[in-house]
Design a protein around this ligand. Structure first.
Ligand code: AHR
Length: 500
């Protein structure tokens, strides 16, 4: 069983976009409190940020971080989170049935983002709020001193504007679970009005309209068409969200999850381009895949508290990821990279503790989940131009998609440095693949490194006690001879091959 990959330096898709490697920090569970922020922790800095989490965030290679939600943002009052901490109100967060103490808000997040070296992406509340409050938070964040809100920011110790460029116009407004959920028509109007006003304040912003919460939403397709028909000239991107999980032991469908992501992106691009044709517009709308990951939503740890229980930072959505989950995350990244011509931004949801690559124990260690590794390696080594890869591979049957290619792959080519990097996944649940790649069109490349993430038990996980159970290992079977790359890809594996 051989997979042949055809590669050529001319198969260019687009330059690698740093924003492909974004993540997400929501006021949800222990993502903020006990995640990025834990005053009193031995590793906390003077502002209360965990430096161990900051170190891992940098190691992960995260470039941008979406904040403050998520479902949370649709009931959030941003002004609760600025000013003297002791005067900030605690509020019920309806999305996650929790109490929000507002100890961390915009100014703290911006201080954290600077330490982490990431670009902020800020979501405004279009659930319970609208144009005035979106303008207020924009002026607080970005206006030079001299008006009420920017002077308030200066009085809070931040005289310089933050200059946040990327703004999300609400979150998942197509979802009936969303506070302030809207029909496509209602949302299109609100988003257009908000975008127009925000652009009057600053024409240079990059605005993201809400797309669909998944490709399974009953309004998928018509939602994007309706929203873009009204907002086309006012926004730059439309969002896409997708979460995948193994259900009822169906490994094969889960391993093929990237087929859905491919279909999702292609459909949104087709819809956006259809609206473009109708409007005779010149610009193209890009996709912001600003929530994606593996998420076991049916598990108890994803169920919010109920009744009179409104805890602060409860344990919520704390999935422990296994080797197979990491292979799927690597494979979803291949899909995102392959679509770099139209996916301008993406955010792994989320960063710490909440469906996250980084976990923390209160007062204790921070560690890397299995999913940390394919993300960190892709973020570190994808460079130059994304190259499309033509794949000739066996298929495997699965319930969700019928048949799927056993292998998926993408490459990046940094011509100046002479670096060719191959990201390849064997999604077949049972069978090994022999890899064959003709490198003749790249001159005389040699192998620099070949790493494979695989575990004989696909359910093996990294835990606090055994944080290195699943890590990428050198794949000694991979070699280059006479301009030909060959080697073995175990079943359920993700690999990185670096050549120069
Ligand atoms: O990331 C967890 C949740 O998933 C977000 O709050 C919401 O936007 C999505 O449904």
């Amino acid at each position: 069983r051989t997979v042949t990959l055809a590669l050529h330096p001319a198969f260019r898709v687009a330059p690698v976009r740093p924003r492909t490697f974004g993540a997400f920090v929501e006021h949800l569970g222990r993502c903020v409190y006990g995640g990025i922020f834990e005053p009193g922790h031995p590793a906390a800095d003077e502002a209360g940020f965990r430096t161990d989490v900051l170190d891992l965030t940098r190691e992960l290679g995260v470039t941008s971080v979406r904040y403050p939600g998520g479902n949370f943002v649709s009931g959030y009052r941003w002004e609760d989170g600025v000013g003297p901490v002791e005067e900030r109100p605690a509020r019920h967060d309806l999305a996650w049935h929790s109490t929000e103490p507002n100890t961390v808000g915009l100014d703290e997040f911006m201080a954290w983002a600077e330490r982490a070296g990431v670009e902020p992406m800020y979501a405004v509340n279009l659930g319970t709020r609208g144009v005035p409050e979106a303008l207020d938070v924009l002026q607080y964040a970005n206006a030079p001193q001299g008006i009420a809100l920017s002077d308030a920011r200066a009085a809070h110790g931040h005289p310089e504007p933050y200059g946040i460029r990327m703004w999300c116009l609400g979150n998942e407004m197509d979802g009936p679970w969303q506070t302030g959920h809207k029909t496509a028509e209602e949302y299109a109007r609100t988003a257009a009005e908000t975008a127009r006003a925000m652009r009057q304040e600053d024409p240079g912003l990059e605005l993201v309209a809400c797309g669909s919460s998944s490709s399974q939403m009953p309004t998928f397709g018509t939602w994007e068409a309706t929203v873009l028909a009204e907002t086309y000239d006012l926004v730059d991107m439309v969002s896409a969200h997708a979460y995948y999980a193994e259900k009822d032991g169906d490994q094969a469908s889960f391993l093929a999850s990237a087929d859905d992501m491919d279909h999702f992106i292609d459909s949104v691009v087709a819809t956006a381009d259809h609206v473009r044709a109708e409007l005779k517009a010149e610009k193209r709308i890009m996709v912001s895949f600003d929530e994606w990951n593996v998420w076991y939503q049916h598990r108890a740890e994803s169920r919010p508290p109920e009744g009179d229980d409104w805890p602060v930072a409860p344990v919520l959505l704390e999935d422990t990821y296994n080797a197979m989950d990491a292979v799927v995350v690597g494979s979803l990244l291949i899909s995102l990279l392959r679509h770099s011509d139209r996916v301008a931004s993406a955010s792994l949801a989320q960063l710490v503790n909440v469906i996250a690559p980084i976990m923390t124990a209160p007062g204790g260690e921070a560690w890397r989940q299995t999913t940390f590794h394919p993300f960190a390696l892709t973020a570190r080594h994808a460079a130059g131009e994304v190259l499309d890869v033509r794949i000739d591979a066996p298929t495997f049957a699965n319930e969700r998609f019928g048949t799927s290619s056993a292998a998926d792959a993408v490459a990046t080519w940094d011509e100046t440095a002479g670096d060719l990097t191959l990201f390849v996944v064997n999604r077949d649940p049972e069978r090994e693949l022999d890899l064959a790649v003709n490198l003749a069109d790249f001159g005389g490349l040699s192998l620099v490194e070949a790493l494979t993430l695989h575990h004989e038990d696909p359910y093996a996980a990294n835990t606090q006690d055994a944080p290195d159970t699943v890590t990428p290992q050198a794949n000694d079977s991979i070699r280059v001879e006479d301009g030909r790359l060959s080697g073995a890809l175990p079943a359920i594996s993700w690999s990185l091959v670096r050549l120069q």
